[in-house]
Design a protein around this ligand. Sequence first.
Ligand code: SF4
Length: 337
Amino acid sequence: MQNPATLNLIAWFKQHARRLPWRQNPSVYKTVVSEFMLQQTQIKTMLPYFERWMQEFPSFQALAQAPLTSVLAVWSGLGYYTRAKHLHAFAQTFIHRPVTTYAELLTCPGIGPYTAAAIASIAFNEPVMTIDGNVIRVLARLLNHSEVFTSQATARTWVQPYLQRYFDQTHPGVFNEALMECGATVCTKTHPVCSQCPLRVDCQAFQLHTQSTCPQFLKAKELQKQKHRLWHLNANALLLAPSTIATRTSVTLLELPELSPDQRTQLPELQPIFTGKRRIGNTTYTETLYSLPPSVALPTKLIHQWKAQWLPIKALNQYPLSGPHKRWIQAILTSLS
Ligand code: SF4
């Protein structure tokens, strides 16, 4: 027999689910695109990209036939470009051999356990559970879990058997979406709205007033790093080099060349023109951009060391720049115009 809390949750979802574009006239294609875009990106950020994507590539067929450069251009600005490459490759596979099960989805590049479970359950009704940060938070509060999780991975392992108590085998996709929606909109990290929660009667944290301290995660040590970069504009072309910061993406992103301490000593005429901050994982980078006076020539050997190239500023949109550098370059170009 169905858990009464599950019935409450699903009834609540049917009434209160946000009207997201992939929930209107849902399709396998919309589910797949939304799940790829939502990896490492929040809904409000990806929404305009999703709308534009659907206009440009309305089906697996249209996406599979599009050149990768057009796909990357439409994705540009959303970050983690490997996702766009994987989604493109997925469409090319799917039109010849539809991939419809959790196990098959897991074999596709760019699809990990969470995305495979979301697509398999929402698009193909396979009874697999999706476990994200929202699900972990809701379950930890329902059970008033007081121990500190050492990582997301340990939290995911912990949550699995408890989630089984609530999981709806008959409507797995609706259940998964409902639980994640409850975590995203009601049982939020800092302001859970317990008065509107469909799981309130089952919730120990609510009864014990421990919502604000549950769940707890071991905090990663915060790091601060400095970087120095060269801004060199020559005849409307900007010098850019492969990024030197390791990220999770396998696409090599372009950034302004990084100046080592030695290189800065070789170029005493450098003048700071801009400072920006970016965050990767638990590290905050403060990056200072320097320009050279027009009278000073940039040594060719430095350009080779950086593997840098001159790219026309009018065509920068066609290249995979990192998000922060794209914004900073735009800001500097605007201030110069
Ligand atoms: S009752 Fe409150 S703390 Fe418990 S699951 Fe609902 S929103 Fe979260």
